[in-house]
Design a protein around this ligand. Structure first.
Ligand SMILES: [Zn+2]
Ligand SMILES: [Zn+2]
Length: 338
């Protein structure tokens, strides 16, 4: 069967691999239909992702059909369309015991530490499947990414009428915008990239857009009746941006760091304390987050057309991959049809 292997950074190879054996206990054999290309996949290709080992079959944002599965308590049968919860948690560490499987001490990601979905078929754990009666496999390939925003917005306890600032509106920041709007918030976005701001303004009902190079604090004061935003999300993973974000929160407000960076983030304690700031990180998503995303997609609360900007056939993926790295290509989400 056709399989795309990332042999080493910068080098994909289309190859033939044997079809997997029949599924063992607790496993399902799935036919992959669509795979989303994630920021972490782009970092792997560029050799900037320290957790990858090579060769690796990447791909963790999956829409697929179940081909072989035993009777199971999740009610999933052959022919069902599903997405994958790609996070493998250990089930017994302190985080897992507290229900926080998304930050398990020994978390593994299918498509990063284990081979993923850029192939026609593979075996997946049944208890990591999430099905939908109505969504297409392309829509199901969006669920994991949207789960990042669903989780972050829940972490920030965003409520109706809150003013939310989202800094960095690449794909992950956009998922935060999406779920903050669904929570009933008034959303201001901040980004250095005018094309990204244009895209978000065109596709989402935002209250305002700010370029951080244009003296943002007076603009934020003006937009919030001098109060400043209730909850600020930083999705840049950029240290100066993360540090500046401490200055954008109202007194008694919350800062959620969604983007991750290797390095030290520092802040002025007096500013932090005077405001009694609540500081949170947000990592990945949980199975419950994925179910919430599926419900919103099924109800039509999320327009999948906003997200799938670059559909590509499996045969064309390797040749197109460099263009996904080019910010001027306007790529939000490339979805590979397998
Ligand atoms: Zn991802
Ligand atoms: Zn664990």
């Amino acid at each position: 069967m056709r399989t795309i292997v990332l042999d080493q950074p910068g080098h994909f190879r289309m190859t033939d691999t044997p079809t997997p054996d029949a599924p063992g206990p607790g496993q399902a054999l799935v036919r992959v239909r669509h795979v989303g290309i994630c920021g972490s996949d782009l970092h792997a290709y560029l050799g900037e992702q320290p957790f990858y080992t090579f060769p690796r079959i990447i791909g963790h944002e999956v829409g697929m059909e179940v081909e072989q599965i035993d009777a199971n308590d999740r009610g999933i049968a052959p022919g069902d369309r599903c997405t994958l919860n790609p996070y493998l948690s250990c089930g017994h560490c302190v985080a897992c015991r507290h229900g926080k499987t998304n930050c398990c001490e020994s978390l593994k990601l299918i498509g990063l530490q284990e081979d993923g979905a850029l192939r026609e078929r593979f075996l997946v754990p049944v208890d990591h499947l999430h099905k939908s009666e109505t969504l297409s496999c392309a829509e199901l390939a969006l669920v994991e990414m949207l789960g990042i925003g669903a989780h972050a917005v829940q972490r920030g306890r965003v409520g109706s009428g809150d003013t939310v600032l989202v800094i960095g509106v690449g794909p992950i920041g956009m998922t935060v915008v999406q779920f903050a709007l669904l929570a009933g918030a008034r959303v201001i976005v901040m980004d250095r990239s005018e094309p990204r701001l244009d895209f978000v303004e065109k596709n989402f009902d935002i209250a305002a857009r700010i370029n951080p190079d244009q003296d943002p604090i007076p603009q934020l004061r003006q937009l919030t009746n001098n109060d400043m935003p209730d909850i600020v999300f930083d999705a840049t993973g950029n240290i100066p941006s993360m540090q500046n974000a401490f200055d954008y929160i109202r007194h008694g407000g919350t800062l959620v760091l969604v983007g991750i960076i290797q390095g030290q983030v520092t802040f002025d304690d007096a500013t932090f304390h005077r405001r009694e700031t609540t500081l949170l990180s947000s990592r990945n998503g949980t199975a419950a987050d994925l179910d919430r995303v599926i419900s919103h997609l099924e109800r039509g609360d999320i327009r999948s057309a906003n997200w799938i900007t670059h559909p590509v056939a499996m045969d064309d993926m390797i040749g197109s991959f460099e263009s996904f790295l080019d910010p001027t290509s306007g790529v939000i989400k490339a979805i590979v049809e397998i």
